[in-house]
Design a protein around this ligand. Structure first.
Ligand code: TRP
Length: 335
């Protein structure tokens, strides 16, 4: 009798121990997994704008106490402009069970979206999230994606072209037909220009290799060239601006970084700031303060004036005094 009771007690104690041990180690495992969150950053390709955006993201994470390797693991991947790389990396992020995935540029986000509808995705500069079929409502995303749009102030950019190029009647636009962001802006700019009685000639390219030929032909038929935030043109911007300059044609780009690569001028968004805003979304999601479904897409209104004096001299163009003063006060002048 005594023996049986002792046996029972021992068995119960053993069972309790096992149950406890099971839950305890289980929880410890979970904690280990969650202890250091993972952020996957997928950048479409390298060009100065996207590099700036990535830097803005990194700095903002740091500023908010997320130090890579210490209390966060940042998995950065560059797809080198390649579709199959985009797919492979997106799948990898899902396998690694990242806490947040960031896509820099439209194709990166599209690829992440195809890979997961659960993991929160933050858009790092997608011009037209609705137009690109990424989300159906910028104000109420509803799913696992929100973030930042880099929609440029097109009207201000058109006004700038009119101020710098006298009697502006014909603008050329060069863009990549497969680039959703560029296509959306091209159409908007076309509509705006038409309203002001300005003719738009549109030429499309498929890759950087087309810039030389298409750019040269376009420059022959227009007074100036406008380029949207086109990822392919951005990576070949130096080439485009130099072939246009050979025919004395200025290139007005949609982004400030492209003025540094030979564009004449723009009123554009700071690409670094776009990165900062993207990083803020990431931080809030990591802190549990933001849900993608209920967080509207961030749009940035304020453009910065940037003038390329060096290019202006080369093209024999004189910026109006008022513009130069404005750029000196709150913009930037490249000398
Ligand atoms: N808007 C582009 C996209 O959605 C990405 C982008 C951001 C970009 N800034 C740019 C492209 C500057 C060219 C130049 O894909």
């Amino acid at each position: 009798m005594k023996h049986t009771r002792r046996l029972y007690v021992t068995l119960i104690a053993l069972a309790m121990f096992l149950i406890f041990a099971y839950f305890y180690t289980g929880r410890a495992d979970n904690q280990k997994q969650n202890a250091i969150p993972k952020v996957g950053v997928l950048q479409l390709m390298s060009h100065p704008a996207l590099d700036q955006i990535n830097k803005g993201i990194d700095d903002t994470l740091k500023k908010n106490g997320y130090v890579d390797g210490k209390n966060v693991k940042i998995e950065f991947q560059n797809a080198q402009g390649d579709q199959s790389n985009l797919r492979t990396i997106s799948k990898q992020f899902v396998q690694d069970n990242v806490n947040v995935a960031v896509g820099i540029a439209t194709p990166s986000v599209q690829s992440l979206k195809n890979a997961t509808n659960k993991i929160p995705i933050v858009m790092g500069a997608v011009t037209d999230p609705e137009g690109a079929g990424i989300i159906s409502n910028n104000k109420k995303p509803g799913g696992n994606i929100t973030g930042v749009s880099d929609q440029a102030p097109l009207k201000a950019q058109l006004d700038l072209m009119k101020q710098v190029i006298p009697n502006l009647k014909t603008i050329g636009i060069i863009y990549t037909s497969s680039d959703a962001s560029a296509t959306s802006q091209m159409k908007k700019m076309q509509t705006l220009a038409k309203k002001e009685g300005i003719n738009v000639k549109v030429s499309s390219i498929n890759s950087v290799n087309d810039i030389q030929q298409v750019g040269t032909a376009l420059a022959e038929n227009v007074q100036t060239i406008y380029v949207p935030t086109d990822n392919t043109v951005a990576s070949g911007m130096k080439l485009l601006s130099s072939i246009a300059a050979k025919q004395n044609i200025a290139v007005f780009p949609a982004a400030t970084t492209m003025v540094k690569d030979g564009g004449l001028a723009t009123i554009g968004l700071s690409q670094y700031e776009l990165g900062e805003k993207t990083g803020e979304h990431v931080v809030r999601i990591l802190q549990g303060k933001e849900k993608t479904a209920t967080t509207p897409v961030t749009f940035m209104e304020k453009g910065h004036l940037i003038l390329n004096q060096k290019m202006a001299q080369k093209l024999n163009i004189q910026f109006p005094d008022s513009l130069v003063k404005e750029a000196q006060k709150k913009g930037q002048i490249i000398k």
